[in-house]
Design a protein. Structure first.
Length: 337
């Protein structure tokens, strides 16, 4: 269930940020609340921690301007956020080198968790409810038997383990969603964009409290004690091999802002693919082409953050036929999908 990016991500759970496009804010707000509920739900131990996050500023931008930007954001989004001076950054995160930092935005509601553990929690919850899961099953093609009729439906999903005749089909195949949609004759502009994670050896020492967003890469400490340096956006197709120059660059930025990682040393490195949609927004909602097809894809760098709200929207669409959330900006119809 958590193969690919859903099991190999940084585990950051983001509330609205100043830098995000405004369409994301209601989704992030809703997902943050759903995570807060999941975090204290029995049987859902996925290392959920409200750690907060810091976005570091390295360029001497006018502090007054940054504070003003934050004030406008808070008024529009109702979200929390503070401006931290260089010395406040150091006070909160003593292991950060603040030599190149002129300040930071601090988002207290941001959190962290393990997507692998969360996936396991959901798998157990599904098994308890006798949900049939078919792991290792590959979708080969769709069969559309009632073409020409006014009601256009996907009748069967043909897999390497036989055919399924579903009431509803949800395309949620990450960077492969474009390929899968094309099997139904639909074009969606979702492409793979590679990201890297460098994981240090574990330490018992508390190195970082919050999720730190540096100029190009981010840094966090996992529940197990490793420091993770991650990021990078490389459009190189479906290849998941490491790009050495990217790893070097990430480690070098990490070493500047968090010099202690050099003494910890690297344990492992991984590259994985994010699903990027050409307009930067996810595709969530009913297809305009088939009556029983729903899309939930293109979440790019926010797929873990937005997983609960996406699940809620999809379940409402399936069970109620509509959703209580405003998903106009994410509709598949914007690509005639
Ligand atoms: C390095 C890195 C760090 C990240 N950090 C964060 C973070 O901190 N916070 C955050 O919110 N997001 C983060 N993300 C983004 C997030 O991980 C993704 O947006 C999210 O995992 C996408 O989930 P998905 O289910 O859409 O796609 P995926 O996780 O890619 O899953 C797609 C699934 O579709 C399956 N599939 C494909 N083709 C077929 C087929 N023909 N038949 C059957 N199954 C098929 C695949 O096997 C796979 O299981 C990160 C991503 C990366 C790469």
């Amino acid at each position: 269930m958590t193969s690919h990016a859903s099991g190999h991500n940084a585990g950051g759970i983001s509330a609205p940020h100043v830098s995000q496009s405004v369409e994301f804010w209601p989704l992030e707000e809703h997902s943050t609340k759903l995570y807060q509920g999941l975090g204290c739900k029995e049987g859902f131990d996925f290392d959920y921690t409200v750690s907060g996050s810091m976005v570091l500023f390295t360029k001497e931008k006018d502090t007054a301007l940054l504070k003003n930007e934050l004030q406008i954001f808070r008024a529009k989004s109702q979200a929390s956020g503070d401006f931290l001076t260089k010395s406040e950054v150091k006070e909160n995160e003593p292991n950060l080198s603040v030599e190149n930092i002129c300040g930071a935005y601090y988002y207290p509601d941001d959190a962290q968790g393990s997507s692998v553990k969360l996936g396991q929690c959901f798998a157990t919850a599904c098994a308890d409810r006798e949900v049939k899961m078919s792991v290792g099953t590959e979708l080969m093609r769709f069969e559309v038997r009632n073409e020409g009729k006014t009601e256009k439906k996907i009748e069967s999903v043909v897999t390497n383990h036989g055919s399924i005749h579903p009431k509803t089909v949800v395309i949620a195949a990450g960077p492969w969603s474009g390929k899968i949609a094309s099997m139904a004759g639909i074009k969606i502009p979702v492409e793979p964009v590679k990201g890297h994670l460098i994981i240090t050896l574990k330490t018992k020492e508390k190195i970082l409290r919050s999720f730190i967003l540096g100029p190009n890469y981010y840094f966090l400490q996992s529940h197990e004690g490793s420091v993770v340096v991650g990021g990078g956006e490389d459009s190189v197709g479906f290849d998941t091999s490491l790009i050495d120059s990217r790893v070097r660059e990430a480690w070098s930025e990490g070493s500047i802002f968090l010099p202690i990682i050099q003494s910890l040393g690297q344990d492992s490195k991984i590259a994985c693919l994010r699903p990027y949609c050409s307009d930067g927004l996810p595709i969530i909602g009913n297809s305009t082409q088939y009556d029983n097809l729903i899309f939930a894809t293109g979440h790019f760098r926010s797929g873990f953050s937005l997983a609960p709200v996406t699940g809620k929207i999809v379940s409402e669409l399936i069970c109620e036929g509509n959703t209580t959330l405003d998903i106009k900006a994410f509709t598949p119809g914007r690509f005639s999908a």
